[in-house]
Ligand binder design. Structure first.
Ligand SMILES: [Zn+2]
Length: 136
């Protein structure tokens, strides 16, 4: 499901850059110091979608975190993940997995694995660091 949406977004926006897609969808991306343990979170208050990203994130983590929060925007509209995290244990894992899967496929864009290529080789060719391969 997440994969289908990422292909649609890629085709609509002509890019797999999560920051450009967010801008074109009028989703505000804010960079804030969120401490050591939070990559980001998504809020939609009075129909104003905002992606909050930890300004401490470096390298691949930054676009990945934006893509992950975009996943919440498209897959889980109206779900307040910080609220869920405080109040329930069930379902948070599932939506986090979905957002991670979405993020990875958005960043892969329209690249396809080639014959004889392992998924490991393919993901490295897409520029996905090894520790994110489990989300494929
Ligand atoms: Zn999340």
């Amino acid at each position: 499901m997440g994969k289908h949406i990422t292909i649609e977004l890629f085709q609509t926006h002509g890019t797999n850059c999560p920051i450009r897609i967010a801008t074109e969808r009028e989703i505000t991306v804010l960079y804030e110091d969120l401490g050591k343990n939070t990559w980001g979170y998504y809020t939609c208050i009075r129909r104003m979608p905002v992606i909050h990203i930890n300004s401490r994130l470096q390298g691949f983590l930054r676009p990945f975190a934006v893509a992950h929060e975009l996943g919440h925007h498209f897959l889980h509209p109206g779900v307040n993940t910080p609220f869920l995290r405080r109040n329930t244990l069930f379902s948070i894992d599932k939506i986090e997995r979905e957002a991670n899967h979405f993020a990875l496929h958005l960043l892969i864009g329209d690249l396809q694995s080639e014959l004889g290529e392992t998924s490991h080789q393919f993901l490295l060719r897409c520029g996905i660091p090894e520790q994110f391969h489990e989300f494929y």
